[in-house]
Write a protein of this length. Structure first.
Lengths: 288, 291
């Protein structure tokens, strides 16, 4: 379909509307209504009493504002345990990835050797393996070596998923690092690991932090595998734990919404703090 | 004891590489092995030849769930692409409050998929849902709609929830592509009197089409293989109308404990995904790096 075949007046009209400076703002605000309303709605629900939640029609603003859903889920349910578990899993994965991933990437990019480019590509290719295809073999292998229903089991799986992505993101960051700085440091007699920790890392700290955040959020949102391998309430992360609120007689929506708000906090907070770096990292990881 | 730079690079990266390969390739190889076993947690494990594959291919659930996944993936990708195009082009043009708008438009990304499924389930609720309330207030419908228990509607609801989750990802990728188009192309077009529609149709879209292709393929791949949203939104129902292929795999291994058959399905899934995703991505990336 060529644009010239549109009726001329009609096309001119659309063109003029789009030309108006305010159009992109209007478009963004319209789309944002769709993207942000769910957040508003669960936030509002999390401040409603159980009686109000089950009344029709639902009110757009809580009639009697209450914090009891939060109090309920934080005191009478294992939600604090779920939260702590999510933090433990996500932090361990993020720390591991920064510690090991930065050394791996440092070797792969700065001191390239025969085949190092191919290895980087192999890292990228492994991202195409669907995590779904690892559920079954890892489940059986975990059963054999006793990792079912353990913390390391969850952490190892998340590392397998996040590690290639993060190495790929780190590669972009290391590649952009000015070579002259490394060369002059090594002429000054700085050891190669010293260069990494004293010269490279401080400069690329924002990128490293963004990578850590990405690994953190990745693990934070992981659901299916932890759900498959974890049985004990005391080990479940928040994404699995939300099923606590789905009982035989229905769902406790206000307490569930309060818990979901807690599950959204880290992601939202990180995006507000480091939007630019995270986006750059994720875009690089997804396409390059 | 000074070792060469290349050797140093090798030593630095080898533990991570080997570790990852062992943790990834060994399970994949083991998966292939399991797919040839009679492994149903009842009978003793024994070699089964191709019987698991034969069973999978004769199962109507396979074709049904693949169809559901494909329709769902295409629908979600289409919706996310529409939203992404509008958002990316608008964000590219604005000059005020750019940072705030960018942050706000990627926020759905912060929601884990299973949480997103719960959020939308609550909004789609028949008796207490806000969407029904708003539709009735606006006079569009007269009685509450059962979004999640009507056959085709449940699939469409799933697409809406999913496109909500993936729109930010789409936007980020498209925006990265748009920003790499040099600004003077637009300037020149503006001097020649092109309006925004012409600029979009004759500049942005052609110059960004490989990015659009890559982003769409990636989102399709994610939605085709990830059942998390349906797990919490509909649980596969009503009557398997949202029986995503990931849910089929999950049921085989977790509910029926048919590990051999689940292994065969895993391998099949892997081959389907690599069969159409690899060529598409390869094509997109090659084309882009050439242009």
């Amino acid at each position: 379909m060529k644009i010239g075949t549109f009726p001329r007046k009609f096309r001119r009209g659309i063109g003029r509307i789009l030309d108006w400076e305010g159009t992109p703002y209007v478009a963004i605000i319209l789309v944002l209504c769709y993207l942000l309303f769910p957040f508003y709605w669960i936030l509002i629900t999390s401040f409603k009493s159980i009686g109000e939640v089950f009344t029709w029609p639902p009110s757009l603003i809580p009639q009697d504002f209450t914090l009891s859903p939060y109090a309920f889920s934080l005191i009478y349910t294992p939600v604090p345990t779920f939260l702590a578990n999510s933090v433990i899993y996500s932090l361990s994965v993020a720390m591991f990835i920064v510690a090991v991933g930065s050394i791996t990437t440092y070797g792969l990019t700065i001191y390239s050797y025969r085949g190092s480019n191919k290895i980087s590509l192999a890292f990228f290719a492994t991202r195409m393996i669907p995590p779904q295809c690892l559920w079954l073999p890892l489940f059986i292998l975990y059963k054999k070596i006793g990792l079912l229903d353990t913390r390391p089991g969850v952490i190892i799986f998340s590392i397998i998923l996040a590690y290639p992505l993060c190495v790929w993101i780190l590669k972009g960051i290391f590649d952009a690092f000015p070579r002259e700085l490394i060369d002059s440091a090594s002429i000054d007699g700085c050891s190669r690991l010293g260069i990494l920790y004293r010269i490279v890392m401080p400069v690329i700290a924002p990128g490293i932090a963004a990578t850590a955040i990405i690994a953190f959020l990745w693990t934070w949102g992981d659901f299916m595998f932890p759900f498959l391998i974890l049985d004990s309430e005391s080990l479940k992360p928040l994404t699995v734990g939300v099923y606590y609120f789905e009982g035989e007689e229905g769902v406790m929506w206000n307490a569930l919404c309060a818990t979901m708000v807690l599950a959204l906090v880290p992601g939202v907070a990180f995006f507000f703090i480091a939007q630019k770096h995270i986006i750059r990292g994720l875009a690089a990881g997804a396409i390059k | 004891m000074k070792i060469s730079n290349a050797k140093f690079g090798f030593l630095c990266s080898v533990p991570g590489v080997i570790g990852l390969l062992v943790l990834l390739l060994y399970p994949m190889a083991y998966n292939i092995y399991v797919s040839f076993l009679r492994y149903d947690n009842i009978h003793p494990i024994m070699f089964n030849g191709l019987r698991n594959y034969r069973w999978i291919f004769s199962s109507s659930d396979l074709y049904h769930s693949l169809r559901v996944s494909t329709i769902y993936g295409l629908g979600s990708t289409g919706l996310a692409l529409g939203l992404g195009l509008v958002l990316a082009h608008s964000l590219h043009r604005i000059t005020k409050w750019e940072g705030v708008f960018r942050t706000l438009s990627i926020l759905p990304w912060a929601a884990p998929l299973v949480i997103s499924g719960f959020m939308w389930r609550w909004m789609f609720s028949t008796d207490m849902g806000i969407i029904n309330h708003l539709l009735r207030r606006l006079g569009i419908v007269n009685e509450n709609i059962e979004f999640l228990s009507r056959p085709y509607l449940s699939l469409i609801s799933g697409m809406l929830a999913t496109s909500w989750s993936y729109a930010p990802f789409m936007t980020v990728l498209l925006l990265a592509g748009l920003e790499s188009i040099p600004g003077d192309v637009y300037e020149a077009a503006g001097i020649d009197g092109a309006d925004q529609l012409q600029k979009f149709w004759h500049i942005s879209l052609p110059l960004n089409k490989h990015q659009v292709l890559i982003a769409s393929v990636i989102v399709f791949m994610f939605t085709f293989r990830t059942p998390d949203i349906f797990f919490s939104l509909t649980g596969g129902g009503p009557a398997k109308f949202t029986y995503h292929v990931g849910l089929f795999l999950l049921n085989l291994m977790y509910r029926y404990l048919r590990f051999g058959r689940a292994g065969a399905l895993s391998i099949l899934l892997f081959m389907i995904i690599s069969g159409f995703v690899f060529p598409m991505l390869y094509y997109g990336i090659m084309k882009r790096s050439k242009s």
